[in-house]
Write a protein that binds this ligand. Structure first.
Ligand SMILES: [Ca+2]
Ligand SMILES: [Ca+2]
Ligand SMILES: [Ca+2]
Length: 338
């Protein structure tokens, strides 16, 4: 019995070990201990005694300072990022661009725990990216004085919205990161058990995530004889973005916030130009680190917005957008991956 439980523990430990490339001691964090472990292997080469290819992160046959540098780089980047371990997850659902669920494998990756904030975007603008400033008539979270940009009072922690895919892409690159793929955003939100919401399978209700509360069950119970469409009046007056991380329930199994609501988020993936929504996902390529259609005219977003009904603030909701250089929306923001 003892031997069996030891075996189980070893199997779990090795799965965890295999799951996160830069986490050598299996504590699910990339930390200084991991730097220490790879440093201790410096000088080992393929074929030598004690060789362990797991520490040769650039796969050049020798463990050296470059491999240490790779771990240090990931260590630096984990600030406010969550690590999503490698493995399969259940992707798709009835109201997504993938009407059926499929099992999809992804390598491990890091993702921002929070949507990019107005404060972070203003720093980006002031760092030589003035061309990526868009005047937002509706919310005015940023204002310009001379050559400098400033955060409007109360807007620092709001998610940046109303930015093009092109600007979102440049922002992530400026942080040494990249836009997440469509599949990465979905896995970061729902983990491996196929849940519909970051918190589980209970439908969104008041206070669980930032969505159109006028459609929640409290409101509907108050007006039982009206149909939902007449109750759920779409209005910017009643809904607005909230500071990132404000909703303790909209947090995924990996500790990532606001993936169901607040603002929908740009992914790196093209929608398949064939116009058949799920066509790409029928390809065998879609089962292993999918990166979207090879080309297209429209990028896919992930997650619902502060103006959406309960039915859209799910882990797999998606919006078709528009020209990546031009299209902007009040309900569309960004978070980055690595
Ligand atoms: Ca570790
Ligand atoms: Ca190496
Ligand atoms: Ca969101």
């Amino acid at each position: 019995m003892k031997r069996i439980s030891l075996l189980v523990i070893l199997l779990i430990a090795s799965a965890v070990f295999a799951g996160i490339r830069w986490d050598f001691n299996g504590d699910l964090k990339v930390n200084l201990q991991d730097v220490g472990l790879v440093s201790a292997k410096i000088g080992l080469a393929t074929g030598g005694s004690g060789w362990d290819s797991r520490y040769d992160l650039d796969s050049n046959g020798v463990i050296d300072s470059l491999d240490v540098a790779i771990v240090v780089k990931y260590l630096n980047i984990t600030d406010n990022m969550a690590l999503v371990p490698a493995g399969e997850f259940i992707m798709g659902g009835k109201i997504s661009v993938m009407p059926d669920t499929i099992h999809v494998y992804l390598d491990s990756f890091f993702i921002d725990k929070y949507e990019t904030t107005v404060q972070e975007y203003v720093e980006f603008l002031n760092n030589g990216n003035a061309a990526d400033y868009y005047y937002d008539e509706q919310r005015k979270p940023i204002f310009q004085k001379g050559d400098s940009f400033f955060v409007s009072p109360g807007s620092a922690k709001l998610p940046i919205n109303n930015l093009t895919w092109d600007a979102a892409n440049r922002y992530c690159k400026s942080r040494g990161k990249r836009l997440p793929t469509f599949a990465e955003l979905e896995k970061a939100a729902r983990g491996t058990d196929g849940r519909k919401y970051t918190w589980g399978n209970a439908i969104a209700d008041s206070g669980m995530t930032n969505f159109n509360y006028r459609c929640d069950t409290t409101y509907m119970n108050r007006y039982p004889n009206q149909n939902m469409d007449s109750i759920c009046v779409w209005s910017w007056l009643y809904t607005h973005p909230e500071s990132v991380g404000s909703y303790g329930q909209d947090v995924s199994p990996y500790g990532v916030y606001d993936l169901c609501g607040n603002v929908s988020e740009w992914s790196n993936d093209w929608k398949d130009p064939s116009k058949v929504p799920n066509y790409y996902w029928l390809l065998i390529d879609a089962r292993h680190n999918p990166k979207g259609a090879p080309t297209g005219t429209v990028k896919l977003s992930k997650g619902g917005t502060y103006a959406d009904y309960q039915t859209k603030v799910t882990t797999f909701w998606s919006y078709l957008t528009g020209d990546p250089l031009i299209y902007r929306s009040q309900g569309l923001g960004v978070r980055c991956a690595y």
